[in-house]
Design a protein around this ligand. Structure first.
Ligand SMILES: [Zn+2]
Length: 221
């Protein structure tokens, strides 16, 4: 059951991922167009790169493991990249909230701290890839939840519910991510959860940070 599931599930996500790759590019372009300031444009770009990076690296990794499993070293390399890109994706997902919302002086430090955490995660992956899986999971959860402490200090809390819902969907997805070989197609289901959660977060960023009325009129008045 274990081998069959993993052999079958690798095909499915890649089709969806091709679509996801396209939509993330389109989504990035839309936020870029909605930007009124350089800072907003820069933030849209960072967030868009995080989204595109995640789906692109994941697609390439799954295609390589499925089609070219004889290329062991290359597969190993892309597996590490697949893990590294998650850290940067989490940092990128928080960036619009940290960059475009007013934060307390202490919480504002989270803007650069998330990237420091992503860099630390990268060093960890390249040093101890797949050695301590529980430590790795703890790292991901810390990276996923710790920046939320800054978000809760925002004076304007519009969109925080969507942010929390997205986070919850990611957490439910992790249950499947950790159920490889227990639940058939677990990894493919994990991908669906990731796509769903990312869509919820994108919607919140689009709605509350890029199209919410009054932000610019307040700044200009
Ligand atoms: Zn995957």
């Amino acid at each position: 059951m274990n081998r069959r599931a993993s052999a079958n599930c690798r095909y499915q996500p890649t089709c969806y991922e091709h679509a996801a790759n396209f939509y993330t590019h389109a989504g990035m372009a839309l936020l870029h167009r909605l930007s009124d300031t350089r800072w907003e444009r820069f933030t849209a770009w960072v967030y868009g790169m995080g989204l595109c990076g995640l789906f692109l690296v994941s697609t390439v990794f799954h295609i390589i493991t499925w089609k070219k499993s004889h290329m062991r070293s290359m597969e190993h390399c892309f597996h590490m990249c697949d893990r590294v890109v998650i850290y940067f994706f989490i940092a990128a997902s928080y960036t619009p909230w940290l960059n475009l919302r007013e934060l307390s002086p202490l919480a504002a430090h989270m803007r650069w701290f998330v990237w420091l955490m992503a860099a630390a995660g990268t060093i960890y992956v390249f040093s101890y890839h797949e050695k301590y899986k529980l430590v790795e999971l703890a790292f991901y959860l810390t990276m996923g939840f710790f920046p939320a402490s800054a978000v809760t200090s925002m004076s304007n809390t519009d969109g925080v519910h969507e942010l929390a819902w997205g986070g919850l969907i990611y957490c439910l997805g992790v249950l499947f991510f950790k159920s490889d070989g227990v639940i058939p197609f677990a990894h493919a289901i994990w991908h669906v959860f990731v796509a769903l959660a990312a869509a919820v977060h994108y919607y919140a960023i689009w709605k509350y940070l890029y199209t919410a009325p009054g932000v610019d009129s307040l700044l200009n008045s």
